[in-house]
Design a protein around this ligand. Structure first.
Ligand SMILES: [Zn+2]
Length: 335
């Protein structure tokens, strides 16, 4: 179920001769000045401002005729490209400009419905083109943040095992050792080769792509089972997003969730904090425009948020936070 993916160089130059004409480019306004040189001045472009489902549905009503879509961006442009392709039944090509999230490799689009993320749709790109020079031109902190969508396999599996041990597994998502082990081995590759990732070498990028593809594709191929690829860390991020109404760099906020989630599980938290630090992802709240007060608030309200949003059952449903935990958390992360 993995998407066609090409890793190479000079790939964007070729797309004019490849995409069905007339095509539509979906990107971000801060990226277009970098990439517009590859396109005719008359190219139709949409700048993504939101992933809110209502706003996207309105946008669709205003679009003129086109035959295919080219998505150029990190996360949101990729999700909006998938969503429009699905709603309008048009072929599309993806050009991730960074590795901050696994959005390019999954069938469903992350859209917001009443401020809560929902994964909808069925979009299969003609191809995902990973241009190594485009990826390397993104700020390192955006690329390295992508380890959030990989190391989350570890906390995801912790949550899956926790639900199993508490007899709370969703009956359609029975614990599967094989899936869990594949996930853990992909995350381990990132830990073992952290130097390559920190430096964003070709090898490091390929290791990340391999893991992000697994995260993106195995959700579908395992029967829409997310349990081996995400858990408490994403729920913490969603709660933070919901309660603060702020926008976050996906992988960076997920990394914060990984450290807090592994502390809740009382497993591997030192090791995970260490590797996130070594790779250089800053998880201090002020680095993502939030603060400890807001983080604590999202945690105190985590159980309620997970239950009312009907998200997967795990340690979030059970855990009682206290001052000791919070002091420990702040010390560990600010250290
Ligand atoms: Zn994610």
């Amino acid at each position: 179920m993995e998407f066609n993916t090409v890793v190479g160089r000079n790939l964007l130059e070729e797309i004019n001769d490849v995409a069905h004409e007339p095509f539509l480019v979906i990107t971000m306004d801060d990226l277009w000045p970098i990439y517009k040189k590859y396109f005719e001045p008359s190219t139709k472009v949409i700048f993504v401002e939101s992933t809110d489902k209502n706003i996207l549905d309105d946008l669709i009503l205003k679009l003129n005729h086109f035959s295919s879509i080219i998505g150029i961006g990190g996360g949101q442009a990729i999700d909006v490209t998938k969503y429009l392709s699905w709603k309008m039944n048009k072929p599309f090509f993806q050009f991730p400009t960074s590795l901050s999230v696994d959005a390019a490799f999954g069938h469903r689009s992350a859209v917001r419905i009443e401020n809560v993320v929902r994964y909808v749709g069925w979009s299969i790109p003609e191809c995902v083109f990973i241009d190594l020079d485009i990826i390397k031109s993104a700020p390192k902190k955006i690329n390295t943040a992508g380890i959030g969508d990989i190391l989350c396999f570890i906390t995801g599996v912790m949550d899956w095992q926790y639900a199993r041990d508490k007899g709370k597994l969703e009956k359609q998502w029975e614990y599967d050792e094989r899936l869990a082990n594949i996930s853990l081995s992909k995350a381990q590759a990132v830990i073992d080769e952290y130097q390559e990732i920190k430096e964003m070498t070709d090898k490091g990028i390929k290791i990340m792509i391999d893991a992000l593809k697994w995260g993106g594709s195995s959700y579908c191929s395992s029967g829409w089972n997310p349990r081996h690829i995400e858990g408490v860390e994403h729920l913490i991020f969603y709660s933070l997003e919901y309660h603060t109404k702020k926008k976050f760099l996906h992988g960076q906020a997920v990394c914060l969730g990984i450290i807090i989630g592994s502390m809740m599980h009382n497993q591997r938290s030192e090791e995970l904090k260490d590797i996130i630090n070594k790779i250089g992802v800053d998880v201090k709240p002020e680095s993502m425009n939030t603060n400890w007060h807001e983080v604590k608030n999202c945690l105190v309200n985590l159980k309620n948020f997970v239950e009312t949003s009907k998200l997967m059952w795990g340690i979030s449903n059970d855990y009682v936070f206290n001052d000791h935990f919070f002091n420990d958390m702040i010390q560990k992360i600010e250290d």
